[in-house]
Every structure is written in C-alpha cells, then in structure tokens.
Design a protein around this ligand. Structure first.
Ligand SMILES: *Cc1c(COP(=O)(O)O)cnc(C)c1O
Length: 388
C-alpha cells in the first residue's frame, strides 16, 4: 500500500498549495543576524526572535567553545540518569535568583517545558483555561493532559471570568503567553492574577517573548510588573529567543519543581541539553542582565518602525514588543508582499492560517537590538514604495 495515495497525503498537499497555506523553508547560508545570506545574496532580516542579537555574539561563541572543551558535545543521558551536570545545576540556581523564584528547572526546549508542566499537573478532572492566541505548545499540552480545555477570547478578562464561573473542576489552571508570539501584544497579567486569586485558579505565564526584552534586568513581563511567585506560581520562558541560545526553563516553588522532576514526562524521558549549552545560556543571562542599553535601542527601533508604518497608512496590531504584526488579511496578499520584499533584499515572513486566525494573514516583522536605525529606515522606504 502507498500511504501517500491511500491516505490522501498528496491531495492534502495540493489543497494546501491551492489555498496559499503551503509552507516552505528557506535555507540560510549564514549565522543568524540582521544580515543573512540566502541563495548567495545578502538580505536584511526582520524575522528572527534574536531580540538582543545574542545568537551569534562573540562572547557566547567563545564561552561555548571553551565549555565544549571541558564538557564535550553530548550530555549522554537524561537528567534523572546521569545527564545532569554542574552547568545545568548552576544555570538553575542562576535562573531562580534572577526571576525571584525558589527554584528553576531546565528543559531541552520550550515546547517540552509546556508539555511537561501541563501534563504533570492537570488531568481528567481538571480544567485548563487558555487564551485563544496562546502558543501551539500550550494548546497541545492542554489537550495531551486529558483535562477539559476552555479557550477564552484574547486578553478578554470578561470572557475569562465567565468561563471561570461556568467550568468547575478539581484543579483549574489559567495559562497565557506573556507576550503573544504572533501579535506582539502583552497579556493583562495583573488582571489575570486578580481573577485567579478570586476564583482560586492556578496561573501559568509563558514568557518566551518577554524574557530578555522587558524588565530592568531583562527578567521579562513579570519583572516589569513586579509579580511574585505567589502571584504567578508557574513561570516558563525559553533560551532560544532573546537569550540567543536554545532550551527553556520553568520557575516556581520548591514543591512545584520537585513535582515536575517526578512527573513531567518530557523532562524525564529525554536527553539533557548538552552541558556546554547550559554554560552558554548562563553567560547569555549575564549579558542579558547588563543589556540595558540594548533594550533601550530596541525600544527606540520599535517606536520608529511603528510610527513610520502607521503614518504610511498600514494597519499594525498594538504592541510595544519587538514583534510588530502588519495585518494584510488575505494569505495570498501576505505572500505577495513578502515575496516583493524578498526581491528588494528584505527577509520578512508572511504568517498565515492556521498559525493565525483566518483573514488575519500578516507580515510578522521582528526587530533586534542588533539592527541599526538605517536598516529600519531602509525597510520603511521600501514599504512606502509598495504602498504607492
Ligand atoms: C517559541 C515558543 C515556545 C517554544 O519554545 P522552543 O524552545 O522553541 O520549543 C513556547 N511558547 C512560546 C510563546 C513561544 O514563542
């Protein structure tokens, strides 16, 4: 039997192509950065999550090389067997101190952290309340946990309150992105804290896009709002975005972290991140804590880009993060604009359904502290040409 025809795989691919939802990868022939090489040509890239420009930072490359000499390339085992090494342990302590939580746990990826937390804590008799625009890994984790999953309208506290009044359960957990990955806006975390306290629900914030970007020391949305462990008992964030490396952490109480070590299957049954990368993340956090100037530069670029595009008549979702979503609506149109930008030497991805809701196809423009004012000016100039 050919699964390709018997299961209609080719037909589905053809349909996806016809509806402009087909996805293609672009191969970069260079390291990540504001200028990247594709097909032998240089592009100005506005589509990475490398918000502080750390992914190819010489100090981190150097740390990684030295750590590789000491620790080798592979961790050789899962954390609970023999893969947990000094750099992992140090990184966890550093994160706990940085985020003001009792303890932290390092996961190999953010997807696995979300899957591990929600499946370890929630089950059949429980309810997970999710913002409609939460990251796919949170949505999938809710489904995998076997709990009832209830989605509320995006950042809409009336909608959440209504759902909290309607759906009872043994345990109830409200989950939200801190900064929404495709829209760039921040969740109303203080209001979430209040509702969770009032309705006796747990709260989990995924700050993958807030860490490094917000807060005096780059500690993310919770640092910016001074929210403590008792207000937000479960904090998750990743190392692969502003921190420029790879992996993720969950931070919270001693008991929470011990529970995850005992029960989170995506923690237990997977190879530990190589120790050299844990060392590199530690160094990256130090750089991030000192990156006040970079964060200010990033805010300046964000304001410049927004003002420029809005004055040209483009429609942007309200956002003070380096994620700026320029709404085009139609998938084909978004692809065409992205292709036209490519022709002019700019790499910016069109984001289409199912990643974003139907009729909200967009350009997701992301800024980095490694960008210059001139690069943003250059983008504004071509956008204004395309408007004309
Ligand atoms: C990127 C991202 C993740 C997944 O993290 P990885 O380390 O890339 O697996 C989870 N949540 C959010 C909000 C993200 O943006």
């Amino acid at each position: 039997m050919s699964i390709e025809s018997a299961w209609g795989l080719q037909t589905t691919l053809d349909q996806q192509q016809a509806s402009h939802h087909y996805r293609r990868r672009r191969t970069l022939d260079s390291a990540q950065g504001p200028i990247v090489q594709v097909d032998g040509k240089a592009f100005i890239a506005f589509c990475s999550n490398d918000y502080l420009g750390l992914a190819n930072h010489p100090a981190l490359v150097n740390t990684n090389q030295q750590a590789l000499q000491q620790w080798g390339v592979g961790s050789g085992a899962a954390h609970l067997i023999s893969g947990h090494q000094t750099p992992h342990e140090q990184l966890e302590q550093q994160i706990a101190a940085w985020t003001g939580r009792e303890r932290a746990l390092v996961f190999s990826t953010g997807f696995m952290a979300n899957l591990g937390v929600i499946t370890a804590l929630m089950g059949r008799d429980d309810v997970v309340f999710q913002d409609r625009l939460n990251h796919a890994s949170l949505i999938d984790a809710g489904l995998a946990s076997g709990a009832k999953v209830v989605r509320y309208q995006h950042s809409d506290m009336r909608s959440l309150e209504q759902q909290l009044q309607t759906h009872q359960g043994r345990r109830r957990l409200v989950v939200s992105d801190g900064v929404f990955s495709m829209d760039g806006d921040r969740a109303p975390i203080k209001a979430l804290v209040q509702l969770c306290e009032h309705y006796q629900a747990g709260l989990m914030i995924d700050d993958a896009h807030g860490i490094g970007v917000f807060g005096e020391s780059g500690g993310g949305c919770l640092e910016a709002m001074k929210l403590t462990q008792s207000q937000v008992p479960i904090l998750m964030a990743t190392f692969g975005k502003a921190l420029g490396v790879f992996g993720a952490f969950v931070a919270g109480s001693e008991v929470l972290i011990e529970t995850l070590i005992q029960k989170a299957r995506s923690y237990i049954y997977t190879t530990a991140m190589p120790a050299a990368f844990a060392s590199t993340v530690s160094r990256s956090i130090e750089l991030c804590q000192q990156a006040k100037h970079e964060r200010e530069h990033l805010t300046g670029l964000t304001q410049k880009l927004r003002q420029g595009l809005l004055s040209q008549g483009f429609k942007l979702i309200v956002s003070d993060s380096p994620i700026q979503a320029l709404i085009l609506g139609d998938s084909e149109k978004a692809l065409n604009v992205s292709a036209a930008l490519y022709e002019r030497g700019f790499l910016i991805q069109a984001i289409r359904p199912p990643t974003v809701p139907i009729n909200s196809a967009r350009l997701r423009i992301t800024l980095s502290a490694a960008h210059t004012q001139e690069q943003v000016d250059a983008l504004l100039a071509v956008m204004s040409e395309m408007r004309a």
